[in-house]
Design a binder for this molecule. Structure first.
Ligand code: DQA
Length: 145
């Protein structure tokens, strides 16, 4: 299967910002781990990161064209908590989307308890660092098979 892993706002600073919350692995290292995991399991992964809400929306639309991907992993960063534009984009496409977070958003500030995208995602995994992405792949594959 082929997965698109989308990381949103500020995720490019993973491994460099708030290391106590997000760990010390950089986004490149995180992506390498996901790519290796996919390869081990006969899957493929493509990666995209943007800090711009509209670019993330465009990427979701584009991913839906030509049925290039079986599933999408989306860590929308802070957009998770208030972007109705991303929510509508997820609802508009046919490719199943899994919501992913590195940190346990439920054990943090109150505003992080709210996700406006959860309702239109297949499921959510949070709190396991790189493991959140790997678990989301397992979840999507289980549903798709
Ligand atoms: C995050 C959690 C969000 O609340 C936060 O704004 C992020 C990262 C995570 O991966 O834990 O930027 O999505």
């Amino acid at each position: 299967m082929k997965f698109l892993i989308i990381n949103g706002v500020n995720l490019n600073l993973t491994g460099k910002r708030e290391k106590g919350v997000y760990g010390t692995a950089t986004l490149e290292e995180l992506n390498a781990r996901i790519a290796a995991y996919c390869e081990e399991n006969g899957d493929e992964a493509e990666f995209y990161q943007s800090n711009i809400e509209g670019e993330l929306v465009n990427k979701l639309h584009e991913a839906n064209e030509g049925k290039k991907f079986d599933g999408i992993l989306l860590n929308a960063g802070a957009f998770t908590h208030y972007s109705y534009a991303l929510r509508d984009a997820i609802a508009a496409i046919d490719v199943p989307v899994a919501e992913v977070h590195i940190s346990n958003v439920h054990a943090r500030e109150d505003f992080r308890n709210v996700s406006v995208i959860s309702e239109v995602c297949k499921g959510t995994v949070c709190g396991f660092g790189a493991g959140s992405y790997l678990a989301a792949i397992v979840g999507l594959k289980t549903q798709l098979n």
